[in-house]
Design a protein around this ligand. Sequence first.
Ligand code: NDP
Length: 474
Amino acid sequence: AQARIGVTGLAVMGRNLARNLARHGHPVAVHNRTTARTRALVEEFGHEGAFVPAETPEEFVASLERPRRLVIMVKAGAPTDAVIDGFAPLLEPGDMIVDGGNAHFADTRRRERALREIGLHFVGAGISGGEEGALNGPSIMPGGSVESYEALGPLLEDIAATVDGTPCCTHVGPDGAGHFVKMVHNGIEYADMQLIGEAYDLLRNASGLAPAEIAEVFRTWNGGRLESYLIEITAEVLAHTDAATGRPFVDVVLDRAEQKGTGRWTVQTALDLGVPVGGIAEAVFARSVSGHADLRAASRDLPGPVPSRLEDAAAFADDVEKALYASKIVAYAQGFHQIQAGSAEYGWDIDPGAMATIWRGGCIIRARFLDRIRAAYDADPGTPTLLTDAHFAEALGDAQDAWRKVVATSARLGVPAPGFSTALAYYDSLRAERLPAALTQAQRDFFGAHTYRRVDRDGSFHTLWGDDRTEVTA
Ligand code: NDP
């Protein structure tokens, strides 16, 4: 045995992860179903470190130190099961299989249970940052046994991104916890991108700014509290000109957003857990709306307001900055609520502040803002929502006039801003002394005898709506 860890599945992600390990001085065994990929890796990058190429699964397993650490980086879904089924019989109790792919956490729970029964540790590790992150330092969200993290953690922390000397990797919790957190991370990423898209759209269509001018606005924002990777690349994209046409690049890209499914999983799971994640849901739906070319073509001539432009572009940009920051706080608060709900449902005991910490580098939503979230959980680990944290509450209070103005402007001018609107509605719903849910309960009791509770007495009640409308105890 010559290798400390092994990677099987050497497409972009696996190859870069193996190179990252090798560059950090860890001898790494490499294997791929199609051996050409293994050979190509060693030929091209063999000088970067100690690679131990293996052509067969048996050779691969034999090259690993015990207990064996085997990372699978193959296509998520059935291929992952096929690879696990192929390797498990070759392993011994105490060995560890890490799935670094984008697995659904329910699959990870199932796999962990099955492998635990034969004495193997299964670690579902969310890995964020794409191919660049895999090579230079991703954010890693590993779930699994404490024992497996003791053996794997130091290696993973070594290759993860670091911010202020802290690695962007920590033990998230048992079984599916890591993949769950990675899923919510992606959901938050959808929401963040949608909000940025709406900010751009409003500056463009309400103020009439050109993409290059909006790039400048984003550049300025990136020097403040919104500083983040996504804001930074947005400025880059908006400033880019298409070489073929000389037009702003953003204008030659077809406006149909695609998705690989993790945003959808986040919303589906939130529905199951009963967690309101409007910001993420609207982001998923917005991509869906954009993709319905037929629906959009059929609706193009529906009436809308007379097009008009706001006078004061600079003042409006300041308002949009505030609306963006406030809506972002809400979207993250919703995502963290989902993490806490998942943690409670599955007994994972996830430390939400630690998740904010490991997202500060390596991943797509990396941002200065995450330090604020960490601080909020440090101040009150049991807080039911980030919105009431002193810093966030103050920011929301300070933003609210601008936020309301931006949402009203979007409605008045007919520029859709579902992310801003849902965030504000969530904020106002949580603030409300009374919600119309009382009427909903009364309606449910009327048509379905579903009963209701009263504000002034304990118990469940039903009104005999079809009879003399007396109230009975249910
Ligand atoms: P792909 O998802 O494109 O998968 C290709 C790899 O899977 C190849 O090594 C291929 O082997 C292998 N494979 C497919 N089917 C089988 C099978 N039945 N048996 C054995 N091997 C199989 O690779 P990526 O590198 O893009 O992604 C790897 C994982 O990482 C995925 O789960 C992905 O979702 C996740 N991920 C990807 C990110 C990205 O930016 N690309 C970011 C974060 C996570 P062969 O060469 O023989 O065909």
